[in-house]
Design a binder for this molecule. Structure first.
Ligand code: BEZ
Ligand code: FE
Length: 289
């Protein structure tokens, strides 16, 4: 609205500001970036107006984000923890990885994935022999041996698609809570626990890879996973055996042990996905040289 002397009136009300910011971004060339920016601004401004955010609260939020950023390293990712504990990671997962019935469902990637896991033979044990039997609920990046890629391995299935992995029985464990995410959980009366699980990234040529977990059906935190990652189809039985059978004896197991069986079903990749995967593999190969 013109004010007579200095051109259009601007920034008089909070809605004027929102309109002006939207207008300033409306020339964004990339259509997807334009869609994301305009929607982000609309929702962010609406949120601030709805809760009538005070300046002190906004500065507090900025301090929290600054602290989260300072905590991040190649061993700690506080922003992934925020994304996971706010349920955003699982909303993105559900939107971006819709699977046909029968295909193995995906779940959160989590902040602890590390490249460089060793190649393992069929039946290989990912629990290092000096630490078997004492599951301590910490990932390698968190414990006293941060560089030894403990509890990780790359396995190949055989010609019939069978696989066998040896490890220790997973336990439930709390996500890292010594930073802003932990304080948020505490302040909102939430616990930091994840139900016992094993992570998998499963891939095959011509198929869409899946990043997922399997969960222990008996775990007390299945209904309240701190990161909302449990899907019914990923829950399985860890069955106790008091004495080793012939196969377990062959693997060197002497006492009671558990088995879990899980069939992974991948979906054929679309040609667009196959092209992306092919390009990713070529890039990875270049990087490995
Ligand atoms: C994990 O399972 O490793 C994990 C996932 C999300 C947040 C923290 C840990
Ligand atoms: Fe985990």
């Amino acid at each position: 609205m013109p004010d007579g002397q200095n051109g259009p009136r601007r920034n008089k009300t909070e809605d004027d500001i929102t309109a002006e910011v939207l207008a300033r971004f409306s020339g964004t060339q990339d259509p997807r970036l334009r869609e994301i920016m305009l929607s982000l601004i609309s929702h962010l401004h609406a949120f601030v107006k709805e809760v009538k955010l005070t300046e002190a609260e906004w500065f507090q939020a900025i301090e929290i984000l600054t602290e989260a950023g300072k905590m991040c390293s190649d061993k700690r990712q506080e922003f992934i923890l925020f994304s996971d504990t706010l349920g955003v990671s699982m909303v993105v997962d559900l939107l971006d990885h819709r699977k046909p019935d029968g295909a193995t469902e995906s779940t959160v990637f989590g902040p602890f994935h590390r490249l460089g896991a060793p190649d393992m033979p069929m039946g290989g044990n990912i629990a290092h022999s000096d630490r078997t039997g004492t599951p301590n609920g910490l990932y390698d990046a968190q414990d006293a041996h941060p560089d030894d890629l403990h509890m990780r391995g790359k396995f190949r299935s055989d010609a019939e698609g069978r696989y066998l992995i040896r490890t220790v029985l997973p336990v439930n464990y709390p996500i890292p809570s010594d930073g802003p995410v932990g304080r948020m959980l505490k302040a909102t009366g939430r616990h930091p626990w994840r139900p016992a699980h094993i992570h998998f990234v499963v891939s095959a040529d011509g198929y869409e890879p899946v990043t997922t977990h399997i969960f222990d059906r008996t775990d007390e935190y299945l209904q309240s996973d701190a990161v909302f990652a449990v899907k019914d189809t990923l829950i399985c039985d860890f069955t106790k055996h008091e004495k080793p059978d012939a196969e377990a004896s062959r693997l060197g197991i002497t006492g009671p042990y558990y088995t879990a069986e899980f069939d992974f079903h991948l979906t054929p990749a679309t040609s667009a996905q196959a092209t992306i995967m092919d390009a990713q593999q070529r890039l990875a190969a270049l990087g490995a040289r």
